[in-house]
Design a binder for this molecule. Structure first.
Ligand code: ADP
Ligand code: MG
Length: 473
């Protein structure tokens, strides 16, 4: 039996006003080749200037990944030729990146795992190429966009863990407000390294690299088919070649691209035009104070402090705004489990259906708390509350007003319900005898009759209790 060893190199574009080393705008959708300066094109004599905003965001992520940060950060030139790289080199960080030796916690099927981060470094994105039958188009808008590359140790062991890590990473970028991390815009992309080793072996097997996969689904499929392919090669007595393979998502297979034997020597050297950047303790402290409580920590807080299930906690922490909404509802005084139930079922359902964000809905945490109160003090039934919440979300009305206007109040007093129960029983004089002869499900029928008479306003638990008393008495 073989076990899989996976290491990821994740590229994520950082948000900023301008590009990493030039004053060109860093925006996603604009006319091709409109956000380009001579710096991005590598004209002779250009002087790149480090972007403080992007640099700070890179540092913020390094700290969020629990990395060690050096006192002095430098940039390096990585030299190679490709049409998407007009300068003939990429400015990156090799010797002194913003972060080394970090980790990111994930949880897969209830098991915690520390994913080790080798390093995270700030570099610039390349241009984007569009290939047609006999020509290609180049858009240099992306050239020079700040890109943070995060490299894991070869410590992941399944596609499931790899995806959990990518999802954890993406939500950390969103929580820290450093990137939109949208796969559909290529803002988060990933190189996947896969090797196999025998159970009990200590030496890692030969790895295959698959570059630039930009959907998490494709990462999953690429890993799985590569594990299958390598297993077959090894079981047939073959050897794995160290190479770069291309994953094709139409036939879900990997194909050889180039062998690592002819790997390029990038002739790295320190970028002479960007002075080393000193990182002070104060700056680190300032940035740390701007990092919110991250999803993994929040998930554990919700489980341990508020008694939520892992399932619900995971859903609530997926987006910071949803977690904040939940926490606001608790601050209003709501019970955590009840608040979680209302949010994960009805509110999130509404967000999905309308394709909106939780910050856009009319119902505030305070209103939700008031709705929960109306149920717990017996004013309305939970069935009615559901209708009220749907209505409040759809018609943008305060739940309290909906209840008032519709005269929806639940009948909760024993006396009032008893009157109606008596009425129903006098209409069905045969019921008691039938019940005592063993037809106990007649109770449900009678509860239904009470509900019908009260248009659903009778408290079902009390109704049930009173009817049973009558039947047995
Ligand atoms: P390179 O610089 O050639 O890309 P690195 O040693 O920096 O190589 O590794 C790049 C990525 O490959 C890292 O994410 C690392 O975890 C992963 N990796 C290295 N060796 C293996 C292996 N044997 N199996 C799986 N992944 C590996
Ligand atoms: Mg690599």
């Amino acid at each position: 039996m073989y076990k899989a060893v996976i290491g990821l190199e994740v590229h994520c574009e950082l948000k900023s006003n301008s590009k990493n080393f030039s004053s060109a705008k860093n925006t996603y959708s604009s006319y091709p080749n409109s956000n380009v300066t001579t710096v991005d094109m590598g004209f002779p004599g250009i002087l790149p200037v480090a972007n403080k905003e992007a640099f700070k965001k890179a540092l913020k992520m390094a700290l969020a990944f629990h990395c060690e940060t050096p006192d002095i950060v430098t940039f390096d030139r990585k030299n190679y030729f490709y049409p998407d790289l007009p300068k003939g080199y990429q400015i990156t960080q090799m010797k002194k990146p913003v972060g080394v030796n970090g980790y990111v916690m994930i949880n897969v099927d209830g098991v915690d795992k520390k994913v080790l981060i080798h390093d995270t470094h700030l570099e610039e994105d390349t241009a984007s190429l569009d290939h047609f039958t006999n020509y290609s188009l180049i858009d240099y808008n992306r050239a020079g966009v700040p890109l943070l590359e995060t490299v894991t140790e070869p410590c992941l062991s399944s596609s499931k863990e790899a995806i959990a890590f990518l999802e954890a990473l993406r939500s950390m970028f969103l929580y820290c407000d450093t990137s939109e991390a949208r796969s559909d815009r290529g803002q988060i992309r990933c190189d996947v390294n896969v090797s196999l080793m025998k159970e009990g072996d200590t030496k890692l097997g030969t790895r295959v690299e698959m570059k630039n996969i930009n959907s998490f689904n494709n990462v999953k499929d690429a890993i799985e088919c590569e594990i299958k392919r390598q297993t077959e090669v090894l079981e047939n007595g073959g050897t794995i070649l160290q190479e770069t393979r291309r994953y094709d998502d139409t036939d879900m297979c990997t194909y050889p691209m180039r062998s690592k034997v002819d790997a390029v020597d990038y002739k790295y050297f320190t970028e002479p035009n960007i002075p080393p950047i000193k990182i002070t303790e104060d700056w680190i402290e300032e940035i740390k104070s701007e990092i919110p409580m991250l999803p993994y920590e929040r998930m554990n807080l919700y489980m341990n402090e508020y008694g939520l299930s892992r399932y619900d906690a995971t859903i609530l922490v997926k987006e910071k705004e949803i977690a904040e909404y939940f926490e606001e509802t608790l601050k209003e005084g709501a019970d955590a489990k009840l608040a979680s139930n209302w949010i994960t079922s009805i509110i999130l359902g509404h967000l999905n259906k309308e394709e909106i964000k939780i910050t856009e809905i009319f119902v505030t945490p305070k209103m939700l708390k008031e709705l929960i109160d109306m149920v717990s003090n017996g004013e309305i039934s939970s069935k009615q509350a559901k209708e009220v919440l749907y209505k409040a979300l759809e018609e943008e009305k305060n739940p309290k007003d909906i209840v008032k206007e519709s005269g929806m109040k639940q009948i909760g007093s024993d006396d009032e319900i008893k009157k109606i129960v008596d009425e129903v029983l006098s209409e069905h004089p045969e019921a008691k005898e039938q019940y005592q002869n063993g037809r106990t499900n007649i109770v449900d029928f009678l509860v239904g009759q009470v509900m019908k008479k009260t248009r659903g306003q009778a408290n079902p638990a009390i109704t049930m209790k009173l009817i049973k008393e009558e039947m047995e008495g």
